[in-house]
Design a protein around this ligand. Structure first.
Ligand SMILES: NC(=O)c1ccc[n+]([C@@H]2O[C@H](COP(=O)([O-])OP(=O)(O)OC[C@H]3O[C@@H](n4cnc5c(N)ncnc54)[C@H](OP(=O)(O)O)[C@@H]3O)[C@@H](O)[C@H]2O)c1
Length: 328
């Protein structure tokens, strides 16, 4: 590889008071001085995954992941991410291509990998911190950041284990046209439930009905939302992607999923089910292969500097399906 003279990365500029604000990040252009060491690789980022949970890396409150500090370059590892080297760049999962392999690396130039090396065009990462992708038939590499990644895992274990959704039950999914909600709606239909989706625009509601085949939809911005919603009667499982009551919650609620279930409340992370991810991946990959699981990618072009511009879409409802930034 002929190395570029410099590369770009996104760093935390100031802590936002609410969600992501225009001054939250800045793009730095830095000299290219990256060289993989023993059992390391140099990765060129191709795609960045943007997720509502990224707020917890930058906001000023305690959370289950280490916060990014302003001006720092490297992040200490906590128990959840103990095997990952996380740069104190703006974090997030991404896909990349290996452009240089260090001595003793088990990975090869040209391999496509997934990892959490942060919002940077290039990064040196340990072999052990990335997953080499073998893309199943009918799937796309981006599925590893969505349907076959944490979105799919959250939907699968939320519906199956936490919701224990049964045939004939009534499921309501908020944030239904988003990355997790899309999969939750479809798994609900597969389980034989009656599925209602809540979303923030008529276009999203139409897509949920026509493309995903949900039984009913509610636009929570409609003036009749509350009255209309009451008419559905008893709800067996509420799969909540927005953290409480629709309309205000993503800004304030804990950023992990909340599941209101059969009169109980369960607040869970998909990481709780990590040992069983292969079971979910197998089922969801089969659904992608036979077309029974559909998903939508919302792609923002223009390189990693578009990430700070694209992140607010998650809070304004500007995305339908999984939000990505195309890096290179
Ligand atoms: N536990 C885990 O490991 C895990 C993994 C992945 C995701 N999650 C969580 O799952 C949830 C969904 O994530 P996602 O990636 O699928 O995001 P997403 O649904 O693709 O994007 C967020 C969507 O939420 C809706 N929204 C935003 N603000 C809202 C508000 N104030 N009230 C109601 N709806 C609002 C918007 O759609 P509308 O147009 O419909 O408003 C927006 O498009 C998040 O809470 C995320 O943190 C958890």
């Amino acid at each position: 590889m002929s190395s570029p003279k410099q590369y770009k990365r996104i760093v935390l500029n100031e802590r936002p008071i609410r969600d992501f604000e225009p001054g939250t990040f800045r793009t730095e252009t830095v000299p290219f001085d990256l060289k993989p060491g023993e059992a390391q690789v140099l990765v060129q980022t191709t795609w960045l995954s943007l997720d509502p949970g990224m707020r917890i890396f930058v906001k000023d409150y305690p959370s289950y992941v280490p916060q990014i500090q302003i001006g720092e370059v490297f992040i200490p590892l906590n128990i959840l991410f103990r095997d990952l080297k996380c740069y104190k760049l703006m974090q997030g999962q991404g896909l990349g291509i290996i452009v240089q392999a260090g001595p003793g690396s088990i990975l090869a130039v040209g391999d496509t990998v997934k990892g959490r090396w942060g919002m940077t065009e290039y990064a040196v990462v340990d072999d052990s911190a990335v997953q080499k992708l073998v893309i199943p038939q009918g799937a796309d590499a981006l599925d590893f950041l969505s349907t076959l990644g944490l979105s799919g895992m959250s939907a699968y274990f939320g519906i199956k284990d936490i919701g224990k959704l049964k045939e004939g039950e009534l499921l309501v999914v908020s944030g239904a046209a988003g990355s997790v909600g899309t999969i939750a709606c479809q798994l609900g239909k597969q389980a034989g439930a009656k599925v209602y989706g809540i979303a923030g625009s008529d276009e999203k509601c139409e897509w949920l009905e026509k493309e995903l085949g949900v039984d009913g939809v509610f636009n929570y911005k409609s003036p009749n939302f509350r009255e209309d919603f009451k008419k559905i009667g008893h709800v067996d499982v509420y799969f909540d992607n927005v953290g409480g009551g629709v309309g205000f919650i993503l800004a304030e609620a804990p950023p992990h999923l909340l599941f209101f279930l059969k009169a109980s409340l369960d607040s869970s992370s998909s990481y709780d089910y990590a040992l069983r991810f292969p079971e979910a991946v197998q089922l969801l990959a089969a659904g992608l292969a036979d077309g029974s699981i559909k998903r939508k990618f919302h792609i923002v072009e223009g390189g990693i500097e578009q990430a700070p511009v694209a992140l607010p879409l998650l809070f304004s409802g500007g995305n339908t399906g999984k939000l990505f930034v195309h890096s290179s």
